[in-house]
Design a protein around this ligand. Structure first.
Ligand SMILES: Nc1ncnc2c1ncn2[C@@H]1O[C@H](COP(=O)(O)OP(=O)(O)OP(=O)(O)O)[C@@H](O)[C@H]1O
Length: 306
C-alpha cells in the first residue's frame, strides 16, 4: 500500500505562507486525522498533495510519485475536497458513470459506491436537489469509485446528520482496516477521536504535532477522578490529609487531579467514608488540542526577536 510523503513543503500566496516547511508521512492501515484552526493550511496541503496547486518549494508524493505522474490517478488516490464540485444538472448515477468512463474504472463500481454511501435509492435524482449531507455522500462515493489505496477527505462529516456521522466513522475505520492510507481533515474533535489512530496538527502552516491520538491525549491531559460522599467536608479533609490535589464542585463532589479511581476508592473504603459516586474523568482530544493551541498562542504572544 502507498503512503503519502510530504517533505519541506511550502506554499506562499502573495508572499504569505499558507504552508510553511511541512514534513510528515501518512501511513497505510490507519486513519490519520488532520487538525488545525481555520486557515492553518490543511486544505492547501491536500491540494498540493493532489497536484491541484504547485508548491513554492518542497515535495509531496504518493507512493514515491507526484500525483500528476500517477497512471490512472483515480484508481490510486480518491479525494473529497469540495462537495459542491458535482454538476447540479446531472443525476448522481450519471455523474459517477462519467467519472468511471473517463478514468477507466469498471462501470460496476458505480452501483457499489452508491450502495456503500447510502445513495442507491436517490441515485436517479439530479444533484442540484441534494441536501448538503447527500452531496457530501456523493463526494465520498466519487472518492471511493476507483477503489483507491489512498483516500484524502476534507471535512467529510460536513452536513451529515447523526446517523451519517456514525456511518462515516465506520466507513473510515473499515477503509483503514483494509490497509488503505486515509487522511481526513476535521474540526470535530469528538469525531476525530472516534475515527483516527494518528494525528497531524497544523498551526499557521506549520506542523505542531505528528502523534498517535492516544499518546497525544495522555501526554497533554492528566486523568482525574470525580468523587462524591454523604459528607463532602469529611471527604475533603480525608483527601487533604493524604496530600491529594482536589477541588470541590458546587454539587458537593470533589475532583481529584492526576489520580485513578482505584486509589481513591481504596482510600475511602479504608477510611470508612461512604461512596455515593466515583468516576474516572475521561481525558478528551478536545482538551488535549486546546492545551496545545493555548501553548502555541502563548508562544506566539512572545515578542519577536529582531
Ligand atoms: N488560492 C489562494 N489564494 C490566496 N490565499 C489562499 C489561497 N488558498 C488558501 N489561501 C490562504 O492560505 C491559508 C490556509 O488556508 P487553508 O484553506 O489551507 O486552511 P485550512 O486549514 O484548510 O482552513 P479551514 O479549516 O478553514 O478549511 C489561509 O490564510 C488562506 O486564506
Amino acid at each position: 500500500m502507498l503512503s503519502i510523503d510530504v517533505r519541506d513543503l511550502t506554499k506562499e500566496y502573495a508572499g504569505r505562507r499558507a504552508v510553511d516547511g511541512l514534513t510528515f508521512s501518512v501511513r497505510p492501515g490507519s486513519v490519520t486525522g488532520f487538525l488545525g484552526p481555520n486557515g492553518a493550511g490543511k486544505s492547501t496541503t491536500m491540494r498540493l498533495v493532489l497536484g491541484l496547486d504547485r508548491p513554492t518549494s518542497g515535495t509531496a508524493v504518493i507512493g514515491g510519485r507526484a500525483y500528476t505522474e500517477l497512471r490512472d490517478p483515480l484508481r490510486r488516490v480518491g479525494a473529497l475536497l469540495d462537495a459542491r464540485a458535482a454538476h447540479g444538472s446531472r443525476t448522481a448515477r450519471d455523474h459517477l458513470r462519467a467519472l468511471a468512463v473517463s478514468n477507466r474504472i469498471p462501470a460496476g463500481r458505480v452501483d457499489t459506491v452508491l450502495e456503500e454511501t447510502g445513495l442507491a435509492a436517490v441515485a436517479g435524482r439530479r444533484v442540484r436537489t441534494y441536501s448538503l449531507g447527500m452531496r457530501q455522500r456523493l463526494g465520498i462515493a466519487a472518492a471511493l469509485l476507483g477503489d483507491p489505496e489512498v483516500i484524502l477527505l476534507d471535512e467529510p462529516a460536513n452536513g451529515l446528520d447523526p446517523e451519517g456521522i456514525v456511518w462515516i466513522r465506520s466507513l473510515l475505520r473499515g477503509l483503514a482496516a483494509e490497509g488503505r492510507t486515509v487522511l481526513v481533515s476535521s474540526h470535530l474533535m469528538g469525531e476525530t477521536a472516534a475515527f483516527a489512530d494518528h494525528l497531524l496538527i497544523l498551526g499557521r502552516g506549520r506542523l505542531l504535532a505528528d502523534t498517535p491520538v492516544r499518546e497525544f491525549i495522555d501526554a497533554r491531559v492528566r486523568p482525574h477522578v470525580r468523587v462524591r460522599s454523604t459528607d463532602p467536608v469529611v471527604l475533603g479533609a480525608l483527601l487533604a490529609r493524604h496530600g491529594y490535589d482536589a477541588s470541590r464542585g458546587g454539587d458537593g463532589s470533589w475532583t481529584v487531579r492526576h489520580e485513578r479511581v482505584d486509589d481513591i476508592g481504596r482510600l475511602m473504603s479504608e477510611a470508612g467514608v461512604p461512596v455515593l459516586e466515583l468516576a474516572a474523568g475521561e481525558a478528551t482530544l478536545e482538551e488535549a488540542y486546546l492545551d496545545l493551541t493555548a501553548a502555541e498562542a502563548e508562544f506566539a504572544a512572545q515578542p519577536m526577536e529582531a
